[in-house]
Structure formats: structure tokens, C-alpha cells
Design a protein. Structure first.
Length: 149
């Protein structure tokens, strides 16, 4: 296991610090995802192909989620989890994409529920923040339990 060190403090076996680091990495990934969602939502909204707002919301959600997942994976390997400790790198990345795809499914479902005028009718950005908070729980538990040690 490669030691995890920050500011000269070694926290490899300290689960409380690792959870705190996960929340910091996840928080920065969430900010990236929200910013990208806004950019994609605004940018794609200029294209005539997205006549229906629901399509636009789901496409922007997918693009932002994919980019932030890659960012999150890289930083989690540096600061939280021990990459390669349970599986070889190829299998690990495949599992990350599987878990992330399930997270994306949850994210899309929640975005559809939250933004649908028939169901909840929240604004897209408020919906994005709420969906991200819920999916964060799935992401941490699944990575901790099934992918990394």
C-alpha cells in the first residue's frame, strides 16, 4: 500500500482523514461538474437540435458527469484510495466506469424527476446540486466497498 501523506502528515490507515479527503476531492469534483453543467447547458441551449429542455438537461448532465468522474478518479487515487490494491489497473478502471455509469443513471433519473414540470419543477442548477449530493453517497460507498481497499 502506497502511503498517503499531506502536509507531512501520514494518514494511510486513518479512515476519518480519508473520508475528509474524499469529501474535499468530491467537493472540488462537484464544483467542476456544476460549472461544466452550466457551461454545457448554456452552450448546447444555443443549438436548434435541443428543442426540448429535458433533452438539454440530460445531455449537459451526461457531459459534465463524465468529465468530473475522470477528474475525481485521478485525485482519489492520489489522496484517498490505494489504486491497484485490489484489482489490476485495467479491471479497476473498468469497475470505476461501471460504478460511475450507475451513478450517472441515478444522476439522470434524479435530474429528470427534479426538473420535470409534472413532478417537481425545480430549476436545473438547484436540481444538479441536489442530485450530486445524493449520488455522492453512492459513489463513496461503492468505491470503498467494491473497488478500493
Amino acid at each position: 500500500m502506497k502511503p498517503k501523506i499531506i502536509f507531512g502528515f501520514e494518514y494511510t490507515n486513518n479512515e476519518s482523514i480519508k473520508l475528509l479527503m474524499y469529501l474535499c476531492v468530491g467537493g472540488s469534483a462537484a464544483l467542476l461538474e456544476w460549472g461544466l453543467f452550466y457551461v454545457f447547458f448554456q452552450g448546447l441551449g444555443q443549438l436548434p437540435v435541443f428543442a426540448v429542455q429535458t433533452q438539454l438537461v440530460l445531455m449537459a448532465t451526461t457531459l459534465a458527469f463524465a468529465a468530473s468522474t475522470l477528474y475525481h478518479y485521478i485525485l482519489c487515487n492520489c489522496f484517498v484510495f490505494d489504486s491497484g490494491s485490489r484489482y489490476r489497473r485495467g479491471a479497476e478502471i473498468s469497475l470505476i466506469f461501471l460504478v460511475s455509469s450507475i451513478g450517472l443513471g441515478w444522476n439522470l433519473l434524479l435530474m429528470w424527476i427534479f426538473t420535470s414540470p409534472v413532478l417537481m419543477g425545480f430549476s436545473p442548477m438547484i436540481s444538479k446540486v441536489m442530485a450530486s449530493a445524493i449520488v455522492t453517497v453512492w459513489n463513496y460507498v461503492s468505491r470503498k466497498k467494491w473497488i478500493f481497499k
